[in-house]
Design a protein around this ligand. Structure first.
Ligand SMILES: Nc1ncnc2c1ncn2[C@@H]1O[C@H](COP(=O)(O)OP(=O)(O)OP(=O)(O)O)[C@@H](O)[C@H]1O
Length: 304
């Protein structure tokens, strides 16, 4: 009886880590909105705004030590990466309120883009375990890669204005000058060599904004999709863009998708890579591995 009383009375401590710059949207009213719609019978809520890149990781690490059971990333895939990395270490529960430019993982998981609806998903506290992966030891959750998209992330990082239009403008300008690179790709011991425009490692199916690179990818299959966008004439770009938006890249002649657990990539030179859309400089050798069903995450009523 005592036990039952404790269970019914104990509330879940939840921390919302809010990235004020993600997606280029003002978030000053977010704590108020959460306060209005969060189930107070179920949760004790706290809020922290990040002040610099990397701060979300620090706040999530502290939260784990202070008995927060659920830590919510309020931002895009980069914020999810910072918070998720700590949630993973502490085996806590990750929540998401999508506020990024692309929101790849949120869209894949069908978390509503509408904030009030997304808060209601958190109220449901329905969790599932999803795969994560490591890229030269760093965790990622949605997508990582190298080539043109990493180059754009690298350029975009120094751009103060975030949001979709920024990506598109920078992307189009660079597209004309970018040269495909040579990659040696080994997936579960099988090796291929490709001249590629992009090599993406997909956990979920999309980059964000419902732009699909590997439409049949699953975050619960214990596998990663290595997606090679091969060298192609620029004239073919509109067709590829349409295939990406319609979720048909697995039928494209210029996209090759190889599924596996353990991936090793050797490239000609050290260059930018991206991990969940955030750029880093790394060397020629890349090791990527899936970590099956490692992250506990709040989702809507949804089965992958
Ligand atoms: N207060 C802050 N000032 C500057 N940068 C921050 C701050 N808080 C977090 N960041 C950094 O902001 C970057 C972008 O965050 P995030 O990826 O969530 O947004 P986005 O790029 O707009 O969305 P998406 O990844 O969905 O396209 C992350 O690299 C994060 O480390």
């Amino acid at each position: 009886m005592q036990l039952l009383k404790n269970v019914t009375l104990s509330k879940t401590n939840i921390l919302f880590i809010i990235n004020p710059i993600s997606g280029g949207r003002d978030k000053t009213n977010i704590p108020g909105l959460i306060d209005q719609h969060l189930d107070k019978a179920r949760f004790n809520a706290n809020f922290r705004f990040t002040e610099y890149a990397g701060h979300a990781s620090e706040l999530a690490a502290e939260a784990g030590q202070k008995n927060f059971d659920v830590i919510v990333a309020v931002g895009g895939d980069g914020t999810i990466n910072e918070v998720g990395t700590e949630v993973l270490k502490q085996d806590k529960i990750l929540g998401i309120l999508p506020f990024g430019s692309g929101n790849g993982l949120s869209r894949y998981l069908q978390i509503p883009m509408d904030t009030v609806k997304a808060i209601k998903v958190i109220n449901g506290l329905r969790t599932m375990r999803i795969d994560t992966a490591t890229f030269n030891g760093r965790p990622f959750f949605n997508m990582s890669g190298m080539g043109f998209d990493a180059h754009i992330s690298d350029l975009f990082a120094s751009d103060k204005k975030r949001g979709l239009s920024g990506y598109v403008k920078t992307g189009l300008k660079e597209l004309l000058n970018y040269k495909p690179e040579l990659y040696q790709i080994e997936v579960d011991g099988k090796s291929i060599s490709r001249a590629a425009f992009v090599v993406s490692i997909a956990n979920s199916s999309q980059y964000g904004n419902n732009t699909y690179i590997s439409p049949e990818a699953s975050v619960t299959d214990g596998l990663l999709d290595v997606c090679v966008i091969k060298s192609f004439p620029l004239l073919r770009l509109p067709k590829l863009a349409i295939q990406m938006l319609r979720g048909k890249t697995h039928h494209s002649k210029v996209v090759e998708i190889i599924r596996g657990r353990q991936i090793r990539i050797l490239r000609d030179k050290a260059a930018a890579i991206h991990i969940d859309g955030e750029p880093y400089q790394m060397g020629k050798e890349i090791e990527i591995a899936v970590v099956p069903l490692s992250l506990n995450i709040i989702t809507p009523a949804y089965e992958a």
